[in-house]
Design a protein. Structure first.
Lengths: 428, 242
């Protein structure tokens, strides 16, 4: 077939002028490599962000109290803290347990869990020469159930632990490994003394869960900061918040709930029912799904903008290819004349040179893809994240370099095809 | 022997720069025919218009006026792509400067016209090998042009001219760049093609010496045919016997 012959002829031509071919390809290589590198980095970040958010729960709705917008106080500069109108949060502004009970009753078919959490402190527990870093957090029952923790030994909290604010805790197997030689039976039932803000507090270990390191935990891998779970009520006693409301919380909806519309429903319900008379605060609702969407859109936009800039070098590369094709055609005028004398039609001459230009661009493109993936992966490695190669960008890059080959090869090829065979044959 | 016409040129005119003040006519109404199986030479000094005539015979160019019939096809009416097909199938070119395609092997060079004719790969290669064998180049089929001597290149070029079994072979000063011994060898190949295969050959040359080897000599001067004579070639076999 003529086409495969053309490819062989083109490859022979490239081999004959290796240095020139490489320099010609360089523009394409750099262009494709930078686009691919940007795509790889962007893709990796998107995957990472999505995984993180997925981990936080994609069908979660975050809600909390926030200042009411006070339009009359916004000055021309756009930023004004309202000349003292912004008062501090008082206990009356918080989301109370009564509100939550009423809310849950009203929307019980849409709400799966209401996640409440009380962060107490970070601490280090020391027994003898051994120590373990912990983060002390109080969770309500919904939150513990939702977390889906794998227990290694012992039990989770019981209803009365939550109700009576019992001094019980769940620790990680890492914690047991560091302080109790990994013997869970030794740890269970013992009282552990935890320094919190200078005072020692004692808790019974009732359960040991399996610690799963996540990629965002910093610090010593041998002594990671693991979570030290308390019942929510116990934790709120430590922070002197017992009986008070909550500044923010997380709703987990049932699977068939449309989070976008439900978020608005929740906001309107709270603001109309409980916050209509509040002078300074209202409820703000953040839907994780839409947040994820806007985050992805943002990353994609940045990625696209950078790719377009990198794409400019592709155009420059394409012009380089066109230039070298014109030189090559001038050099091979006599060959073109000979081919025409032997029966080549204008079309077959055109096809020959377009093929040649496409071959240059595709080889450049492939080298560029390899280089781009290497660069992108390296960048992600430096940042300490997993590189996610975007397959679609590779397909697009190959297609795009072909298109460049055709676009910038067409003019020279057409020029070759239009050569008068007599003039071409006589050319020296 | 039946006198079937291979080339029939009537009142061929060719002008350049038509419609400009520099317009001038190179060929002033040529009339001649070439019979099938004839070995004819066209002789003329440089400037006589023989290159222009060769371009017209070779279907590389169209006459400004006149009729040209090649093996039953009206050339002056053919479109560009039809001219390509005519050059491909009916004419075998042999050039003074060989014009082999650099960077490809002798075999691929011979295959080239067949490729443009759409002959399949296997058949192409088989025929190309056979043709190279006929010109005594079977041991250098895989060599590239720059690895061949002038005589070898011209033999490859002749094999290439024969690729699509053309109606005529059009040879433009085929020995012009060769020493006399090699030139002799090339001329003998033409004689063999003519005598053994009955090929119609048109030889274009400035050398009256060389033209005497052909059956008929057409002399061109200042764009007109000034004479026709017969050559004195005794035949390849008879020469060898002598």
């Amino acid at each position: 077939m003529l086409f495969s012959e053309n490819i062989l002829v083109a490859l022979a031509g490239l081999r004959a002028n290796i240095m020139r071919s490489l320099l010609t390809m360089l523009g394409i290589i750099i262009g494709i490599a930078s686009v691919i590198a940007i795509m790889t980095v962007g893709n990796s970040i998107t995957v990472m962000v999505n995984e993180t958010m997925q981990g936080l729960g994609a069908n979660n709705i975050q809600m909390g109290i926030n200042y009411k917008p006070q339009e009359e106080d916004v000055s021309e500069s756009g930023m004004d803290f309202g000349d003292g109108y912004m008062r501090a949060v008082t206990d009356e502004d918080l989301i109370s347990q009564d509100m939550l009970d009423a809310f849950q009753e009203k929307y019980k078919d849409k709400i799966q869990y209401i996640l409440l959490e009380e962060r107490v402190a970070n601490s280090t527990v020391t027994i003898g020469k051994n120590s373990a870093n912990i983060q002390i957090v109080g969770y309500n029952k919904d939150n513990i159930d939702f977390m889906d923790i794998d227990m290694v030994d012992g039990r989770k909290f019981l209803a009365r632990d939550y109700a009576d604010a019992k001094n019980v805790c769940m620790v990680s197997d890492k914690f047991v490994e560091r302080l109790y030689d990994g013997d869970t039976s030794k740890a269970l039932g013992t009282m552990v003394d935890v320094p919190i803000n200078g005072d020692y507090h004692s808790y019974y270990i009732v359960g040991v869960y399996e610690y799963v390191p996540d990629q965002f935990s910093f610090g010593d891998a041998n002594n990671p900061t693991t979570t030290f779970y308390l019942p929510l009520s116990t934790a709120r006693e430590e922070t002197h918040n017992q009986g008070k409301g909550y500044e923010w919380l997380t709703l987990v909806t049932t699977i068939d709930t449309d989070n976008d519309s439900f978020s608005e429903e929740v906001r309107d319900y709270f603001n109309m029912t409980f916050y209509a008379k509040n002078d300074a605060f209202e409820i703000q609702v953040i839907n994780m799904e839409s947040m994820m969407d806007s985050m992805n859109t943002m990353i994609n936009t940045i990625q696209l903008a950078l790719s377009v800039i990198a794409g400019i070098s592709l155009v420059v590369g394409g012009i380089g290819v066109m230039n070298i094709m014109l030189v090559s055609i001038t050099e091979r005028t006599k060959e073109i004349g000979t081919r025409k004398a032997l029966g080549a039609t204008n079309g077959s001459i055109r096809l020959q040179f377009i093929t040649e230009s496409v071959v240059i661009c595709v080889i450049g493109g492939i080298i560029g893809i390899i280089l781009g993936i290497a660069l992108g992966s390296l960048a992600m490695k430096v940042m300490g994240y997993q590189a996610a190669i975007s397959v679609s960008s590779i397909v697009i890059a190959v297609g795009f370099s072909m298109a460049i080959g055709i676009f910038f090869g067409y003019y020279p090829a057409n020029k070759a095809a239009q050569l008068n065979p007599i003039d071409a044959l006589r050319y020296e | 022997m039946s006198q079937e016409l291979m080339l029939d040129l009537r009142d061929i005119h060719k002008s350049f720069f038509i419609g400009t003040p520099n317009e001038f006519e190179v060929l002033h109404g040529l009339n001649f025919t070439v019979n099938k199986g004839e070995f004819v030479s066209i002789v003329g000094q440089s400037g006589s218009g023989k290159s222009t005539l060769m371009n017209i015979i070779g279907a590389l160019d169209r006459p400004t006026a006149g009729e040209y019939n090649l093996d039953g096809v009206d050339i002056e009416k053919a479109k560009d792509n039809e001219l390509s097909a005519i050059r491909n199938k009916k004419i075998g070119f042999v050039f003074q400067t060989y014009n082999l395609i650099a960077r490809t092997t002798a075999l691929k060079n011979v295959e080239l016209p067949m490729m443009y004719a759409g002959v399949g790969r296997g058949e192409r290669e088989e025929r190309a090998k056979h043709l190279l064998e006929e010109v005594g180049m079977s041991d250098r089929m895989m060599h590239k042009p720059d690895e061949l001597s002038g005589g070898q290149k011209q033999r490859v070029a002749i094999a290439r001219a024969m690729a699509n079994d053309p109606a005529i072979i059009l040879a433009d000063e085929p020995t012009g760049a060769l020493d006399s011994a090699t030139g002799r060898l090339i001329m003998d190949i033409f004689h063999r093609l003519h005598e053994e295969q009955g090929k119609t050959i048109v030889l274009i040359t400035h050398s009256p010496e060389l033209s005497k080897e052909t059956q008929r000599i057409i002399t061109l001067k200042d764009g007109t045919i000034t004479g026709e004579s017969t050559g004195n070639w005794s035949g390849l076999n008879r020469k060898e016997e002598a």
